[in-house]
Ligand binder design. Sequence first.
Ligand SMILES: Cc1cc2nc3c(=O)[nH]c(=O)nc-3n(C[C@H](O)[C@H](O)[C@H](O)COP(=O)(O)O)c2cc1C
Length: 117
Amino acid sequence: MEEADGIILGSPTYFCNVSTELKALIDRAGLVSIANEYILRRKVGAAVVAMRRAGAAHVYSSINYFFGINHMIIPGSSYWNLGIGLKPGDILKDKEGLATFRDLGANMAWLLEKLCG
Ligand SMILES: Cc1cc2nc3c(=O)[nH]c(=O)nc-3n(C[C@H](O)[C@H](O)[C@H](O)COP(=O)(O)O)c2cc1C
């Protein structure tokens, strides 16, 4: 994470929240960053969330809180960055989700080009 210019954090929605694996990363990396004069400062951060039915907005917010408190820069998209699916490959049926991720990728690449050349 320290070496990256851009960071994508993804999580499924588990009982309306991030996975325990991602929460462990947020807690550890967040504290290490803050304790070392914000080593994640001005990196570009994007959240990517999967859900079956409900709760992804909360997961999306939790990841963006992590980016925000670490001085990171968050690109937008045409919707909040969530895809609908239960099993691997289900996302391919979520056309709006796919468009959201395509727009997110374009905006993140544009931003990284401006920031890092
Ligand atoms: C423990 C558990 C809790 C879940 N809770 C939710 C939920 O609150 N809302 C939702 O829409 N989907 C929920 N799901 C479905 C997952 O978000 C969705 O299927 C996801 O793509 C599964 O990713 P995975 O294969 O990495 O576990 C849950 C799935 C599991 C296994």
